[in-house]
Write a protein that binds this ligand. Structure first.
Ligand code: AP5
Ligand code: ZN
Length: 216
């Protein structure tokens, strides 16, 4: 199955995508992770991307569509999880065309609903493992040993440059203005499912599993 995780910054898209990768062997395609990779590569494009991302604005459709196109032609595993893509209507149209070209289809779009107050608390407490990508939170999901990743033992725990209140405000603005129209777009296609993203991580995972396992 191929699915989209749709939701505002901090909704839990990355957290749930990792669970699906571990539990089902799906392939996570996170445009945010791809862009951060290009940012840390120090290339000219990386520098331009960094400026836009750190402010909380969207990178151009052209760049992210190009990144997805590159990955889609690789191995599909048991399906793709689109995490943070598409984020605009042109990106959604491009994804439809790309999937058709590789003989795949979109099975479900899962909208993760979380209110803004909870998003601020989640984003300002978040840190991730630079080695394996595991996502943590100061209060709701701390590491067992302070400063050490539970999964891989790395001490390279990082906070994102755009995880501050000013950039978050801008990211939310971009979400409501440019990304939320996709809710109507996919609703009209009959593939939209809504989960309550405020529940505990395991509860949200169970809701997503129920959607993936329900007969189409
Ligand atoms: P991106 O990396 O996609 O960031 P985002 O959409 O802002 O989403 P986040 O990664 O912040 O949140 P998440 O939903 O994954 O939450 P997480 O699981 O980490 O994009 C970054 C930037 O890149 C964009 O601003 C833009 O500039 C650019 N970009 C990316 N894609 C683009 C595109 N397609 N087009 C144009 N530009 C693009 O969870 C958050 C925290 O909450 C964690 O600490 C976690 O532990 C905790 N948490 C998770 N679930 C729960 C739960 N159920 N209960 C309690 N805590 C929880
Ligand atoms: Zn790790």
């Amino acid at each position: 199955v191929n699915i989209i995780l749709l939701g505002p910054p901090g909704a839990g898209k990355g957290t749930q995508a990792r669970k699906l990768v571990e539990g089902r062997g799906m392939v996570q395609l996170s445009t945010g992770d791809m862009l951060r990779e290009s940012k840390s590569s120090g290339s000219e494009m990386g520098r331009r991307v960094a400026e836009v991302m750190d402010r909380g604005q969207l990178v151009t459709d052209e760049i992210v569509i190009g990144l997805i196109e590159e990955k889609l032609t690789g191995a599909a595993g048991t399906g793709f999880i689109f995490d943070g893509f598409p984020r605009t209507l042109p990106q959604a149209d491009a994804l439809r065309d790309l999937l058709a070209r590789v003989g795949q289809r979109l099975d479900a779009v899962i909208e993760m609903r979380v209110d803004d107050a909870a998003l601020v608390a989640r984003i300002t407490g978040r840190f991730t493992c630079g080695a394996c990508g595991e996502v943590y939170h100061d209060i709701t999901r701390p590491t067992k040993v302070a400063g050490v990743c539970d999964c891989c033992g790395s001490t390279d725990l990082r906070r994102r440059a755009d995880d501050n209140e000013d950039s978050l405000k801008q990211r939310l603005m971009e979400y409501y203005k440019k990304t939320s129209p996709l809710i109507g777009y996919y609703y009209a296609q009959g593939c939209l499912h809504v989960v309550d993203g405020l529940g505990e991580i395991g509860v949200v995972s169970a809701e997503i599993a129920a959607i993936l396992d329900s007969p189409k």
